[in-house]
Design a protein around this ligand. Structure first.
Ligand code: ZN
Length: 358
């Protein structure tokens, strides 16, 4: 199978790769925008170290994604309110959070309220075990829909507990109509794809041409360009870097104070390729050290003062990737609509990419 792929790839590069390509090409991953990004109505996006739609980094908005994992309870809720309340996007609307909800101790009335307030609710399984079964993934989505007013088709994203995923996990998502996964970390430094300076970071992409990452922290290294899920998005979890440039885990970062950690890496994105900047936390991280709440608040106060920075949900990121636009257009679009959730279109039936056409 590998030999067959390479013969296709060689042919592909020879006849199509001659034209200018804006997508990332590294290791054995290869994706040409002319058969992916540029095809109308095809939910396909090459992995890339630059903005979509041929736009320059100077012209596009900087997106920030705040995510909170695990059970939603009356203990975990207050610290999340403490870091988001009072901060608004350039259109004056509240900043949202993406909640990856596991079911065990979750209070569904809180989940319902979070959704109504414009936050995104995503799947983090029922029992919170790594390498979850298909049943664990599907049942969580079903339970949330059943015990809240949230339509099942609004729950389109997934994160693996402990970030432990493998090919079967992603296949479950693909076969069950999920729109995206956000479990694969992306490091800076040797042996990984994003540039060591972290000024050129990996943007979200669909897995039509496989996975453009090495999955080294996923607990299963079987992850490469041959693992293909047409139309299923990967929203990479970008690592942070410390002051010496070493890659550090971005989930619940502990290496330094929260403001410095986030601001340093935010600046790298903002002055780099503008890849969406991620803040991945558990509410318990905030509870463990109160200075983190102050640090994150200070960070949000600083970045929300910029008129081209938007804290968004993953669904909003994918909407943007599907229809890229300049930051002025984006702001006009946002200001023309009411606060709250946009009507995200879940493409529950994945498309089939015909590689044999080459
Ligand atoms: Zn978790």
């Amino acid at each position: 199978m590998r030999a067959a792929y390479f013969s296709v790839a060689v042919f592909f590069v020879t006849f199509i790769g001659a034209k200018e390509s804006t997508s990332y090409t590294g290791k054995d991953y290869s994706c040409d925008p002319s058969v992916c990004d540029d095809v109308p109505d095809l939910d396909c996006m090459c992995a890339r170290l630059n903005p979509p739609g041929g736009l320059s980094p100077d012209d596009v908005p900087q997106f920030v994604i705040l995510t909170a994992d695990d059970d939603v309870t009356s203990v975990t809720h207050p610290p999340m309110v403490a870091i988001t309340k009072g901060h608004t996007n350039p259109d004056g609307c509240p900043i949202p959070t993406v909640y990856y909800v596991s079911i065990r101790y979750t209070e569904m009335d809180l989940v319902n309220q979070l959704y109504k307030d414009g936050n995104e609710i995503a799947d983090h399984t029922v029992g919170h075990k790594g390498f979850p079964s298909e049943e664990q993934i599907n049942l969580a989505r079903k339970d949330i829909a059943e015990y809240t007013d949230i339509p099942q088709e609004s729950i389109v994203g997934f994160r693996a507990p402990f970030l432990k995923s493998k090919p079967a996990t992603r296949r479950h998502l693909y076969e069950n109509g999920f729109t995206y996964d956000s479990s694969i970390t992306e490091q800076a430094g040797d042996g990984i794809l994003t540039e060591a300076s972290m000024r050129q970071k990996l943007w979200p992409y669909t897995m039509d041409f496989g996975i453009a990452q090495n999955c080294q922290t996923a607990g299963d290294t079987k992850c490469n360009e041959l693992e293909r899920y047409p139309g299923l998005w990967e929203i990479p979890m970008l690592d942070l870097q410390n002051e010496y440039g070493a890659s550090i885990a971005s989930m619940d970062p502990v290496n330094g104070n929260a403001f410095d950690l986030y601001m340093r890496d935010f600046q790298r994105s903002y002055t780099g390729d503008k890849a969406p900047f991620g803040m991945y936390i558990h509410p318990s991280w905030l509870l463990a050290e109160k200075s983190r709440i102050e640090g994150v608040n200070r960070f949000f106060s600083n970045i929300t003062a910029l008129d081209d920075v938007w804290v968004v949900t993953n669904q909003e990121i994918i909407e943007y990737m599907r229809k890229p636009m300049k930051k002025e257009e984006y702001r006009a679009m946002r200001e023309s609509r009411a606060c709250g959730r946009s009507s995200f279109v879940s493409k529950a039936v994945p498309h089939k990419l015909k590689l044999t056409a080459f």
